[in-house]
Ligand binder design. Structure first.
Ligand SMILES: C[C@H](O)[C@H](O)[C@H]1CNC2=NC(N)=NC(=O)C2=N1
Length: 98
C-alpha cells in the first residue's frame, strides 16, 4: 500500500522531534549517521533495524563501515517521504539507545 507523501509542514515538525535526522539534499529523503562503540554494536543495531523494517515492509538504504552506519530513508513507491519513513526513523533512534 502506498502512503501519501508528507506535506512540507508536517515533515518539518516531525523532523524537529526526530533527533539527528535531517532532510537530504534531494529533498526526497531523510538521513542520519549512527556511530557506535564498535562493530558489534553497529551490527546489533542493524539487526534490530532490519527486523523492524521487515515488519513495516519498509526498508532502509544504508551502509556500514566498522562502527558507523549511514542511513537514508525514503518511500521509493511514493518518490518521496511518507509516514513510514518517520516510523522507521523513530524505531532506529530507539534501537540506537539500547
Ligand atoms: C512490493 C513492496 O511492498 C514494496 O516494494 C516496498 C518494500 N519496501 C520499501 N521500502 C522503502 N523504503 N520504500 C518503498 O517504497 C518500499 N516498498
Amino acid at each position: 500500500m502506498t502512503r501519501p507523501k508528507l506535506d512540507p509542514t508536517a515533515l518539518e515538525e516531525a523532523l524537529e522531534k526526530l533527533e539527528g535526522w535531517e532532510l537530504a539534499e534531494d529533498g526526497a529523503s531523510i538521513q542520519k549517521r549512527f556511530v557506535f562503540a564498535d562493530f558489534s554494536e553497529a551490527f546489533a543495531f542493524m539487526t534490530r533495524a532490519a527486523l523492524a523494517a521487515e515488519k513495516l515492509n519498509h526498508h532502509p538504504d544504508w551502509s556500514n563501515v566498522y562502527k558507523t552506519v549511514d542511513v537514508v530513508l525514503s518511500t521509493h513507491d511514493a518518490d518521496g517521504l511518507t509516514e513510514l519513513d518517520l516510523k522507521l526513523a523513530a524505531a532506529m533512534n530507539r534501537f540506537a539507545r539500547i
